[in-house]
Design a protein around this ligand. Structure first.
Ligand code: ZN
Ligand code: MN
Ligand code: MN
Length: 274
């Protein structure tokens, strides 16, 4: 069965995400817990947690992925920002354990010009400290779009970070838009093979399936709907002719304003992947 879903809204409570995902026939989903653009992670009430656990069982939508909010920066050279970022990740991972959510997706942040190796060390220390104890929650390192000073835009950097963290509860999330923006030509099967070789298939737990608004190597993190961007339907077909990847989980983070658009896009994606 194809594991396909959207990043869905949690407005009205995190458990509502299951209802919407069910409504659009999805088999997995991604959510934020709390607002993505504020620092503090709001407490989720026991009642809401219970609702979430019950709906998780009933809908069988799994796995669920939680995306870390955008403000934390796990590579920040600013002591206070760094500390707060690690705390935020730690809170999220604990909340996920309580909600029986297996995966948290993290961006690796920006070294703000302080140099790559230092930035990598900070990310490694951040994730290592959060994962010093096993609790069944994987931290997934997401490849970045090649923005200035961003950490983790190349497969080599991602693998270096992964190896240095040295935890069995760490893996990768591969975003197709970010790959393309960082200069990896997603329209080619060889690129899929390259990712497999460099990262190790068994470590990849999730594909963020997004088309790219800008050209190859643009360094800009702007997603486009599947088929409407520079990767295009034929590009995706060629990438996923590397059949091994079809068994992975797929989450769409494309810009939409209606359910109809999403249903149409899901149809397109199924045509590409099935
Ligand atoms: Zn992301
Ligand atoms: Mn992504
Ligand atoms: Mn992005």
């Amino acid at each position: 069965m194809l594991k396909l879903g959207y990043h869905v809204s949690i407005s009205g409570g995190i458990s509502n995400a299951f209802d919407y995902s069910k409504e659009i026939n999805c088999t997995t989903m991604q959510i934020f817990i709390g607002s993505p653009r504020i620092w503090s992670v709001q407490k989720i009430s026991t009642e809401e947690k219970n609702k979430f656990l019950i709906k998780s069982k009933n809908t069988k939508i799994e796995p669920v992925f939680v995306h870390m909010p955008y403000l934390p920066n796990l590579a920040s050279p600013k002591e206070d920002v760094y500390k707060k970022s690690v705390e935020t990740l730690s809170i999220i991972v604990k909340e996920c354990a309580a909600l029986k959510i297996e995966y948290v997706v993290v961006h690796l942040g920006s070294g703000l010009g302080e140099g790559k190796e230092k930035a990598i060390d900070r990310v490694v220390n951040a994730v290592s400290s959060v994962k010093s104890e096993k609790n069944g929650v994987f931290v997934l390192l997401e490849n970045q779009a090649g923005q200035k000073n961003s950490v983790g835009s190349t497969l080599e950097d991602l693998k270096e970070i992964y190896d240095k963290i040295h935890s069995s509860e760490v893996g990768f999330c591969i975003d197709t838009c970010h790959l393309f923006a960082a200069g990896y030509d997603v329209r080619k099967t060889e690129t899929a093979k390259l990712i497999d070789d460099k990262l190790g298939f068994e470590n990849i737990k999730l594909i963020h399936l997004n088309d790219a608004k800008y050209e190859l190597g643009s360094g800009r993190d702007r997603h486009e709907c599947i088929g409407l961007g520079n990767i295009g339907i034929d590009g995706f077909k060629s990438f996923f002719s590397y059949k091994k990847f079809l068994g992975l989980n797929f989450i769409l983070e494309t810009p939409h304003s209606s359910k109809e658009q999403e249903l149409n896009e899901l149809k397109t994606v199924r045509e590409i992947l099935l």
